[in-house]
Structure formats: structure tokens, C-alpha cells
Design a protein. Structure first.
Length: 192
């Protein structure tokens, strides 16, 4: 509860005791029709330009991937779907975000890099990984942070925003393509 016994912003998000999470996702967790519908939408959505010979680079800021109650697994399913399409994948976030994410990151779970708490720490890890990619590349960034806008100078920049209401104006202006994950979630929810 917030002040005055009203709802608190924290009530909208999924919270976990990190000690209760498994190290990896158990494939026997059962079906999740919403996650399946969302992943199917992403598979059909043209997030990559399709330019031949260009390296596909996926950068995921796990700190920005907060989700409304019941949606974290689905959002991470999207990350896995996109990671399987990419040539280079880097995932980073603060320790808690990485631990919450790993159970649903499938074969990419061990690639999720935990960073110390602090502003832009995960962003800098992601940008460093992008700088190491040689030659022409296209970038797909899962974040809302304006620090990624400079990637547009190096190639096509697609932004998969966890919610455009929090998207940096600078990143919005730099993106070749902007995809609102919350909008895709609404479409997926309507189909199940």
C-alpha cells in the first residue's frame, strides 16, 4: 500500500524471493499459452532489417525488463526468441534482475552478466560488447535508456521498448524501428 492506503506502484510488478528461484527454467513447468502467443508474434514481426551479410547484435538490459504481474516469463521468452535469431547476444543487469531472469533464459541463462548496482553499469557492459563486434552490424536493443542512441551511427537500430511510456526521447529519435513490447503483449493477450 502507498501513502493514504492507496495502491503502491510496486503492486503492479512481479516480485520474487531470489532464494526461491531455480538456477534454470524447468521445461516441465507446464504450458504457458500467453508466452507462446507472444513469441509467435515476435517471430512474425520484422525486427531485423534482413540486410544480407550484416551481423545481428542483440543487447538486453535486464534492469529495464520489469513486467506487470504474470508477464516476466513471457518477456524473457521474447528475449530467447530474439537471441536465437541473433549472431551476437549480450544480456546484463544488476544481480537481482539477472537472478530473476535466468530461470527463463533457456540456453542463454549463463550469458546473463550480473553487474554491481549503479546508474548505467549494465548499459556500459552492453555498449562495450557492441563495440567489440567487427564490421557492419544491426542492433536490436531491449531497453528504454538514451545511452544506446549512439548505436544508430554504427548501423540500423531497432528498439524493443519494455514500455514506450518510459522510453528516452533520445533513443526514440535514434531508432530506425521502435517496437512497443507492451503493445505486443496486448495483442498476444487478445489471441489467447
Amino acid at each position: 500500500m502507498g501513502l493514504g492506503d492507496g495502491p503502491d506502484w510496486r503492486d503492479d510488478y512481479e516480485w520474487f524471493r531470489l532464494d526461491d528461484l531455480p538456477a534454470e527454467h524447468d521445461p516441465d513447468d507446464g504450458p504457458d499459452p500467453f508466452t507462446d502467443a507472444l513469441r509467435a508474434l515476435v517471430r512474425e514481426y520484422p525486427v531485423w532489417s534482413g540486410t544480407g551479410g550484416v551481423t545481428r547484435v542483440l543487447l538486453v538490459d535486464l534492469d529495464n525488463l520489469r513486467a506487470v504481474r504474470g508477464r516476466l516469463r513471457a518477456r524473457l521468452g521474447v528475449v530467447v526468441e530474439l537471441a536465437r535469431q541473433a549472431d551476437h547476444v549480450t544480456l546484463a543487469g544488476q544481480v537481482g534482475a539477472v537472478q530473476r531472469s535466468r530461470p527463463w533464459l533457456a540456453e542463454f541463462a549463463r550469458r546473463a552478466q550480473p553487474v554491481q548496482a549503479g546508474p548505467d553499469v549494465a548499459d556500459l557492459v552492453l555498449l562495450e560488447a557492441a563495440a567489440e563486434v567487427p564490421g557492419p552490424a544491426e542492433y536490436l536493443v531491449v531497453s528504454n535508456d538514451g545511452i544506446f542512441a549512439d548505436l544508430a551511427e554504427r548501423g540500423e537500430l531497432t528498439v524493443l521498448s519494455p514500455g514506450v511510456d518510459a522510453l528516452s526521447d533520445r533513443l526514440h529519435g535514434a531508432a530506425s524501428l521502435l517496437v512497443d513490447l507492451a503493445d505486443l503483449e496486448a495483442q498476444a493477450a487478445a489471441s489467447v
